[in-house]
Write a protein that binds this ligand. Structure first.
Ligand code: ADP
Ligand code: MG
Length: 290
């Protein structure tokens, strides 16, 4: 493309709310073979709600919810917001939190009024026996819902199910990418079955699930090895390294500053369909259409 047409393309894109932070991104995007998406907050709304709380024997609903919500009140994770919201709605008083620690991609640990509380994925408390929950976990996960778990003083207390909503535009975007001849992928830290259920609903070609934040970079590298040039679309803090690793990192608007800093392309306004505009403008520019 001529410098002139790159300039015009960048300008056209900006008018639509697609900011190319580097002109090379406009050129590289045309060569993309696979578009990989973050799940939570990118393909889904990222505002999960509590869908169910299944108690283990010997535990009481309000007590467990209050303990878990107190611990989660220190976390910024969307799952934490869902749990704290549910406890507030139930009018529960939350105890005093000490010794809070968050493990990226697995869960949190804290003391609540002196009791040890763990909340997170199965891998956050792998020493416990989950067999009593297996059937429920599978059922909810197949519905695209996320099961997390709570342990109190070393005993498994509950399975907590949160449900996020797929954005209304996600399916159309995936379909359009396929029509353009691109492969689609999803990278998520979420439960494998949950991620696969959501990917299946959207028709996404390839799923990488239960990926720790630090391993999202590896997931991008392996997608590149298998397919060629990778565009990655994400929104969250966790996404910054993946956005930087991707050949074209695309941050969807309302994203965090870290995500925007690491991105080559920023989509203002948070509408996922802007991914299609970005691709269309890149293709038009490289055909020297303006
Ligand atoms: P995502 O790719 O969906 O943004 P994360 O890496 O943030 O995933 O989290 C992956 C998984 O770790 C979650 O699905 C959940 O099981 C667990 N997890 C992380 N933080 C928390 C938390 N604060 N409360 C409960 N579970 C958590
Ligand atoms: Mg996200």
């Amino acid at each position: 493309a001529t410098p002139m047409s790159i300039m015009v393309g960048t300008g056209r894109a900006a008018q639509l709310g697609v900011l190319f932070r580097k002109s090379e991104a406009l050129q590289q995007l045309r060569d993309a073979k696979v578009v990989a998406f973050d799940k939570t907050g990118t393909l889904t709304e990222g505002k999960p709600a509590l869908a169910d709380l299944i108690l283990n024997d010997g535990f009481e609903h309000d007590e467990v919810l209050a303990l878990v919500a107190a611990a989660e009140s220190r976390s910024e994770h969307p799952i934490a917001h869902a749990i704290v919201g549910a406890a507030e709605k139930a009018g529960l008083a939350l105890g005093e939190v000490t010794d809070f620690t968050a493990n990226a991609g697995t869960g949190i640990t804290a003391r609540v009024d002196g009791r040890e509380v763990l909340v997170g994925a199965q891998r956050h408390m792998n020493h416990l026996d989950f067999s009593g929950f297996a059937e429920a976990i599978e059922r909810f996960a197949n519905e695209g819902k996320t099961p997390v778990f709570a342990a109190v003083d070393g005993r498994l207390a509950a399975a907590i199910v949160v449900a996020d909503t797929i954005k209304p535009t996600s399916k159309a975007v995936i379909d359009a990418l396929h029509v353009m001849g691109l492969k689609t992928a999803m990278i998520s830290g979420d439960n494998r079955r949950t991620a696969e259920a959501i990917a299946a609903r959207l028709g996404i070609d390839e799923v990488r699930a239960e990926v720790l934040p630090a391993d999202k970079v590896e997931a991008i590298k392996s997608l590149r090895q298998g397919n060629g040039v990778v565009a990655y679309v994400g929104d969250g803090i966790n996404d910054a390294p993946a956005l930087a690793e991707a050949d074209i990192g695309i941050a969807v608007g309302n994203g965090t500053d870290a995500a925007i800093e690491s991105a080559d392309v920023v989509l203002l306004g948070g509408d996922l369909r802007q991914v299609l505009n970005a691709l269309a403008i890149s293709r038009a520019t490289l055909r020297n259409i303006w």
